[in-house]
Design a protein around this ligand. Structure first.
Ligand code: ASP
Length: 409
């Protein structure tokens, strides 16, 4: 009899339920230290692996993205319109995420966590915008990598990617190296993400056992906050854009995009949803050639759901470690989350990996991710669904702009 292997999503759901159950048992039995001593260490190993991979992923994926933009010159105006559409909608997504996060936080719905046995999180530091700006520019490249200073890593990626483009043919070896190294890192990332069930189980058990039942309510609230953001962005930004620029009514837009959105919701991968998105764009009347360019680019750099999630999660985790973000820091969150979402790969769980980068940039301890990691899949379903809706809406708008331009000619 052949054994059927459980798929990763099923493993994660089982791990989530088992983690909550074990956490509740330890909580009510009054032995939360069991989870701290014997389960949390495995969660820590998992978070260490995430921290270990985040610098190479950000560096290589951003350089790779910049190099592919160089090719975009060939496609001329379509390329820049696409990037502009994606950047503007992502920045709006960040603002929606921040506003909602602040509303929920202001209403006192996000908790400040008490840590057992006088433990503390690493000291959260707060910096103002000018300090952040100065701190963005590295004086030593290796120091930036060593300390995982993500803003500096992004600047290094921008400089190196831009210089490789400028160097043209002479940089061929470097460009090939980046492509090849990125493929290796992606494999490693897939492996680390396949260990998620262990991370989900151990962290969920530890969080519930040490924080009590109330933490489940807080997690439900932060999920609700993100989903309200996803819905607002989809309804107001995407359907407005499709109506205003492509003349497609919101109802028609959502009906047409539904199959891709549902596929994205269940697969949690924009990249895997590409064929379905393409079919939807075709049905909605977009130009096939434009769809072949905009959709893959969107699945790589356009992640509005991820941006909303990162903003909401940052405010939630800042609140958990007793930190209130200043206005300058929120601007930093918008910039970092926009860049982080661009650097997020269109695969399951990648957005959470990039959350580590936003947290590092804000001086929030990356270990805080453990608190929401257990329910990340639930965030991921919604954010991927929104990411894909954004790619489809972008395709429709660019396609309409191009056909108007052609008609004028
Ligand atoms: N799963 C998302 C996507 O493929 C990325 C993320 O994790 O935010 O679009």
């Amino acid at each position: 009899m052949s054994k059927k292997k459980l798929t990763l999503p099923v493993q994660i759901v089982i791990a989530l339920i088992a983690g909550v159950a074990v956490g509740l048992i330890c909580y009510f039995a009054g032995v939360p230290e069991f989870t701290t001593n014997y389960l949390k260490p495995f969660g820590t190993i998992f978070v260490n692996l995430l921290k270990f991979i985040v610098v190479p992923v950000v560096l290589l994926s951003m350089i790779d993205g910049i190099l592919s933009m160089g090719d975009m010159k060939k496609v001329g105006s379509i390329g820049w319109k696409t990037v502009a559409f994606f950047l503007v909608t992502t920045a709006i997504a960040c603002i929606i995420g921040l506003v909602l996060g602040n509303i929920f936080n202001g209403a006192g719905w996000f908790p400040t966590l008490q840590l057992a046995e006088g433990a503390t999180w690493d000291k959260a530091t707060s910096a103002n915008f000018m300090d952040t700006l100065i701190g963005m520019f590295p004086s030593n490249m290796w120091e930036a990598f060593r300390t995982a200073n993500m803003l500096q890593v992004i600047i290094i990626a921008l400089f190196l990617g831009g210089s490789m483009l400028a160097a043209g043919e002479k940089a061929k070896l470097c460009k090939d190296f980046v492509g090849s190294a990125y493929a290796v890192i992606e494999q490693l990332m897939t492996f680390i993400i396949s260990l998620s069930p262990i991370g989900v189980f151990t962290m969920m058990a530890w969080v519930v056992a040490t924080q009590g039942v109330e933490i489940l309510g807080s997690l439900a609230l932060v999920l609700l906050c993100a989903y309200i953001g996803y819905a607002i962005h989809a309804i107001f930004v995407y359907s407005f854009a499709a109506k205003a620029f492509a003349g497609i009514s919101p109802l028609k837009f959502f009906k047409g995009a539904a199959s891709a959105m549902i596929f994205a919701f269940t697969s949690t991968s924009s990249a895997a949803t590409l064929p379905v998105s393409k079919e939807c764009c075709h049905e909605l009347g977009a130009d096939d050639e434009i769809a072949s360019f905009v959709l893959p680019l969107g699945a790589t750099i356009n992640m509005d759901g991820t941006a909303i999630y990162q903003c909401v999660a940052t405010i939630f985790l800042a609140s958990c470690c007793g930190m209130n973000l200043t206005l300058g820091q929120m601007v930093t969150v918008v910039v970092t989350a926009t860049l982080a979402s661009i650097g997020t790969a269109g695969v399951s769980g990648a957005g959470m990996l990039m959350l580590a980068m936003v947290l590092t940039a804000m001086g929030i301890p990356v270990d805080m991710i453990m608190i929401i990691y257990g329910v990340d899949r639930l965030f991921d379903m919604g954010r991927t669904c929104l990411n894909v809706a954004g790619d489809i809406s972008g395709t429709l708008c660019i396609s309409a702009w191009e056909s108007k331009k052609a008609a004028k000619k």
